[in-house]
Design a protein around this ligand. Structure first.
Ligand code: ZN
Length: 251
């Protein structure tokens, strides 16, 4: 779906465990670059290839991939996409790099991460989730890819007319969102979700520190935002300022 000149929302839909899961990575381009933001669940290379072709930007033209955070639904197909796009460079926040490169266990699969996500649940459910996470970790090959460039919150990347890195910790400690200046599009990653064109808060299940994630939303207030792309939920054009104030509790 076209958002503006040089901005498209890719819609990647797949049956998973009996239900349909859609993710909405952003694709940006100008004369020099084609940039993908986040790289899907494991095994989605061909879905990305087809979605990019439909957008008129074949995968072999990709020059950069920016990662908002290292959750498996955001870096799952990163190694395969990197292999399919010669010369592509991967960019991420410093704090996310060791996870993306496979040097650290994904934060939400560690005992500490599971404890944080299950805080408040009955002990037997916590124990069950701990066991499930350990089993999953033992049974899977984690995606990993080299990060070529790191950035920090506040940086303005000289990409596609200016891409501002906004630190939005909470979902993960080093989660970032991106503001594309020419189109005034906020690429929220998992700082926000959306449902049928309405903005909602961060995903409730997998957000490590919800109060922090909600506080992070206040940093969006200083931007003039024409459209939001939520990775889970897609494009939002209406009621952005009002919903941000409501969700972050400052409205
Ligand atoms: Zn996600």
């Amino acid at each position: 779906m076209r958002v503006a000149d040089g901005v498209e929302v890719l819609e990647i839909t797949q049956e998973m465990q009996g239900r349909t899961a859609t993710i909405c990575p952003a694709l940006l381009w100008d004369d020099r670059d084609v940039v993908l933001v986040d790289a899907g669940f494991p095994g989605q290379l061909e879905l990305f290839r087809a979605a990019m072709a439909r957008a008129g930007k074949p995968m072999d033209k990709l020059t950069k991939i920016v990662i908002t955070h290292h959750d498996l639904d955001h870096i799952g197909s990163l190694p395969e996409v990197v292999a399919a796009a010669p010369g592509v460079r991967v960019l991420a926040a410093e704090g996310e790099r060791p996870y993306i490169q496979g040097e650290r266990t994904p934060i939400k699969m560690t005992p500490e991460g599971v404890a944080q996500l299950t805080a408040g649940l009955p002990p037997e459910q916590v124990a069950e989730r701990q066991k499930a996470a350990a089993a999953r970790l033992a049974s899977m090959t984690l995606p990993k890819a080299r990060v070529d460039e790191v950035f920090k919150p506040g940086d303005e990347l000289p990409i596609c007319g200016g891409l501002v890195v906004i630190g939005t910790p909470g979902h993960t400690p080093d989660h970032i969102s991106l503001y594309h200046k020419p189109s005034r599009t906020l690429i929220a990653g998992d700082a926000l979700t959306a449902d049928n064109g309405r903005l909602n808060g961060p995903p409730t299940g997998p957000t490590l520190d919800m109060p922090h994630a909600l506080r992070s939303l206040r940093s969006f207030a200083s931007y003039d935002i024409a459209a939001v792309i939520a990775y889970h939920g897609g494009l939002v054009r209406a009621g952005i300022r009002e919903r941000l104030a409501e969700i972050s509790g400052s409205g």
